[in-house]
Design a protein around this ligand. Structure first.
Ligand SMILES: [Zn+2]
Length: 140
């Protein structure tokens, strides 16, 4: 499913994620990632990975973008583009899939490389049988 043709809106999301990728702080892994999220209000919020000398404190690009969106008042996420360099498509880590699910269980996920590879999928495909707000008992 590589080299898919995307809609102009999806390509715009990939373009924003590619630009954001240049802001990544990845001196340890040298694995720079950019992410851009489109919300239901048609706003775009982006993020890049930020590593730390204490490796466990690193934040992925996808979560950085989600936190930016939520801090801007956007909690309903429609789509995310994730971009890396090279020929291999990115794959969001489990923590990011879980965080994305909180605000966009039905979101589209566009995986892309700076060399032009594309794959469009869904969060439901990447995180089946997810644990989310509906999994908790109702508040009393
Ligand atoms: Zn992640």
């Amino acid at each position: 499913m590589s080299d898919e043709r995307l809609s102009p809106g999806d390509e715009e999301l990939v373009r924003v994620a590619s630009l954001q990728r240049e802001r990544a702080y990845a001196p340890y892994s040298r694995y720079k990632v950019g992410a851009a999220i489109r919300t239901k209000r048609n706003k775009i919020h982006s993020g890049a990975n930020v590593e730390n000398t204490s490796y466990g404190l690193t934040v992925c690009a996808e979560r950085a973008a989600v936190f930016t969106a939520v801090n801007a008042g956007d909690r309903e996420l429609d789509a995310i583009a994730i971009v890396i360099a090279g020929d291999e498509l990115p794959s969001p880590c489990g923590a990011c899939r879980q965080v994305l699910y909180e605000f966009g269980p039905a979101m589209r996920v566009i995986l892309a490389t700076t060399t032009g590879k594309r794959r469009a999928t869904t969060l439901a495909e990447l995180l089946p049988d997810a644990f989310g707000p509906a999994s908790l008992p109702p508040a009393s």
